[in-house]
Design a protein around this ligand. Structure first.
Ligand SMILES: [Zn+2]
Length: 103
C-alpha cells in the first residue's frame, strides 16, 4: 500500500494522474483504499493490478498462467489443482491475456 505510486483516477479532477501533489490520503488501511482530497473519490490500492475485481489474489492468477502455459495443463486440470471452478480458470486466463502474459 504505497501512497507514492497513487494518483487520482477521476478524469474530471484537476489532480488527475498527478502523483505526489499532497491530494492523496489513506482512506482505509483495512480495505487498502486511497482518497483524493480535492474530488473526494476513493479507490482500492490494486485497481491497476491483474486481480482487480476478482475474489482471488494476484498469486492465484499468476499460478494459473504457470499451470496452463508452462505445465500445459488443461482448464479442467488447473481448476482441480487450484480448487476453483473451470469458469474461474477461464476468467483468470482472460485476465492474463489482457495483461499480455500469453504473448
Ligand atoms: Zn481527484
Amino acid at each position: 500500500m504505497n501512497i507514492r505510486n497513487q494518483y487520482c483516477p477521476n478524469e474530471n479532477c484537476n489532480f488527475h494522474l498527478l502523483k505526489l501533489n499532497g491530494n492523496i490520503v489513506i482512506h482505509s488501511r483495512v480495505q487498502s483504499r486511497f482518497r483524493c482530497n480535492r474530488c473526494h473519490k476513493t479507490w482500492v490500492a490494486h485497481r491497476n493490478k491483474m486481480h482487480f475485481g476478482l475474489k482471488s489474489g494476484e498469486r492465484k492468477v499468476i499460478v494459473t498462467g504457470y499451470l496452463l502455459r508452462e505445465q500445459g495443463m488443461t482448464i479442467r486440470k488447473a481448476a482441480e489443482t487450484l480448487k476453483v471452478s473451470p469458469s474461474t480458470i477461464l476468467r483468470f486466463k482472460r485476465r492474463l491475456l489482457d495483461f499480455c502474459f500469453f504473448a
